[in-house]
Design a protein around this ligand. Structure first.
Ligand code: CTP
Ligand code: MG
Length: 224
């Protein structure tokens, strides 16, 4: 059941508006990234954490690395996809590999295990939840159509793959100059089926300042 995980953490957190990498901001007294790292450090099935960082944050992350056993540090790129690719080059070229955003601290170990299991069977599996809102296609503030919600899923990370599937999808995207917003979109382009593992609505990505209120509420609920 062993796997390795790439955690992209080399963003600048523009939408959070803190003026520095949002992953260094505190959530209940500890940097957001530590909440995320703890899940994988504590998971006995996780063999290696490839943490992708920007050079400016290196002093902070070097100190963190000295307190964790599984962290391997790698420098990121200007886009998330390039950061993940740098992580991939540092990974062990075998078995199951996960990609998980540093900005999603509430991932549950049960979801990770289901993803690893599904990726082993099918080659690629991603965490997602059914869309709750009605979604409309709009142009110039006018509705074009209402999309059938029953087939829509909101995609999260982790996304899990057989190593060879992720590596060849990234290399192909690089050759074609394709930039996707997640790993699965690169894999889909290669024709490989991607399975869904139903996750939960707590697994939010901390993106804008109001997400911090939700994050505090989730932490409180889990401490009860
Ligand atoms: N990320 C990365 N390298 C980049 C951009 C993003 O490793 N060049 C990471 C972020 O650190 C984050 C994850 O990818 O953990 C998801 O990205 P996002 O939530 O968009 O974070 P930021 O890019 O930092 O935020 P923003 O887009 O608001 O600037
Ligand atoms: Mg971003």
């Amino acid at each position: 059941m062993n796997y390795q995980v790439i955690i992209p953490a080399a963003g600048s957190g523009k939408r959070m508006g803190a003026g520095y990498n949002k992953l260094l901001m505190n959530l209940e007294g500890r940097p957001i990234i530590l909440h995320t790292l703890d899940v994988f450090e504590k998971d006995p099935h996780c063999g290696q954490i490839i943490l992708v960082i920007q050079p400016d944050d290196e002093p902070f992350f070097k100190e963190i690395q000295s307190r964790y056993l599984k962290i391997h540090l790698v420098h990121g790129g200007s886009e998330r996809q390039y950061s993940v690719y740098n992580g991939l080059k540092a990974a062990v070229a075998d078995g199951i590999i996960l990609v998980h955003d540093g900005a999603r601290p509430f991932i549950r170990p049960e979801t990770i295990l289901s993803l690893v299991d599904s990726a082993r069977k099918h080659g690629a599996a991603i965490a997602a939840v059914p869309v709750k809102d009605t979604i409309k296609k709009v142009k110039d503030l006018e509705v074009i159509e209402t999309v059938d919600r029953s087939s829509l899923w909101q995609v999260q990370t982790p996304q899990a793959f057989r190593f060879s599937v992720l590596k060849s999808a990234h290399e192909r995207a690089k050759l074609e100059g394709f930039l996707g917003t997640d790993e699965a979109s690169l894999v889909e382009k290669s024709g490989q089926p991607v399975k869904i593992v139903e996750s939960d609505y707590d697994n939010i990505k901390l993106t804008t300042p109001e997400d911090l209120y939700f994050a505090e509420a989730i932490l409180k609920k889990r401490q009860q």
